[in-house]
Design a binder for this molecule. Structure first.
Ligand code: CO
Length: 284
């Protein structure tokens, strides 16, 4: 494949506290805007200690963004102002387009101890910030898995691998979201759209994300790629599991406070005033 992307930046996730006191690791966030445009934030919550996560994320609003929750282990109960209510189980994805506004809660359930998952925030362009909210629950069994040469397993949440398409489609930033597991001494090449932002986050093991194998990337690291038309990932004597995500940059001003991301500070002010007054929800 031509024009293989080089690595622009590698960073390690940072422990932080969110919600009602959930200990998690922030892979990227507020301080990384606009490096990952159209993506705003990625949180990695995984812990074997229920004290780290049981406080959960009680009722809170979102506007102007999409939140994408991917459960790896354990379960999260959710409920929202659209009337959705249910449990996101291991392997499931919740793709929530907050648009004009949603109020929801996300509460981890105590199980055998281990809870693991990722929450990604994707921005919406000005033209779609006030769109009707949309909620998509994708069950694990709806997510196709492609096996390449018996050595690389790819779960396709959004995007396409070897002509197999993921279930999440018609999203404004044209995203690709893959969960890739590679065995030892394996190569995985994948085409990506030129001009799109592409990043990987390593969940387990280690791999080379540059074709020249200059730097081995360990688990819990973010890799941001430079531009190009494909990525090439290689493992040596350890296997690796990572997500590979891409999306079309929006290129608009970002005004961000807490769970609400708009284009201007005035729009933020209005959103918080509406939340106080109880007029935040525009569409049920
Ligand atoms: Co939320």
């Amino acid at each position: 494949m031509s024009n293989i992307r080089k690595i622009k930046k590698i960073s390690q996730s940072v422990p932080t506290m969110e919600g009602a006191g959930v200990r998690l690791k922030r892979v990227f966030g507020f301080h990384d805007v606009p490096q990952l445009d159209p993506f705003l934030l990625l949180d990695d919550f995984h812990s074997e200690n229920p004290q780290d996560y049981l406080a959960g994320f009680p009722w809170h609003p979102h506007r102007g963004i999409e939140t994408i929750t991917y459960m790896i282990h354990g379960e999260v109960k959710h409920e929202d102002s659209l009337g959705n209510k249910g449990t996101i189980k291991a392997g499931d994805v919740q793709w929530m387009t907050a648009g004009s506004g949603i109020i929801h809660q996300e509460m981890p359930i105590r199980q055998d101890g281990l809870l693991a998952g990722l929450q990604l925030w994707a921005n919406l362009p000005k033209s779609h910030k006030m769109m009707h909210p949309r909620y998509r629950e994708v069950l694990s069994q709806e997510i196709p898995e492609v096996v390449i040469e018996n050595k690389t397993k790819v779960r396709i949440i959004a995007g396409e691998v070897n002509s197999t398409k993921g279930p999440v489609q018609d999203i404004v930033i044209d995203p690709e979201y893959l969960d890739v597991t590679m065995e030892t001494n394996t190569e995985f090449s994948h085409p990506v759209k030129k001009g799109h932002t592409v990043f990987a986050f390593t969940m387990q093991g280690s791999a080379y994300f540059d074709a020249d194998k200059e730097q081995l990337v360990d688990s819990e690291h973010l890799v941001i790629f430079g531009d190009g038309e494909s990525v090439k990932i290689q493992t040596t004597d350890t296997s690796a599991r990572f997500i590979l995500v891409s999306g079309k940059p929006i290129g608009e001003p970002v005004a961000w406070r807490g769970p609400i991301v708009m284009n201007t500070n005035l729009e933020l002010k209005i959103a918080f005033e509406e939340y106080q007054k109880g007029t935040f929800i525009k569409h049920k």
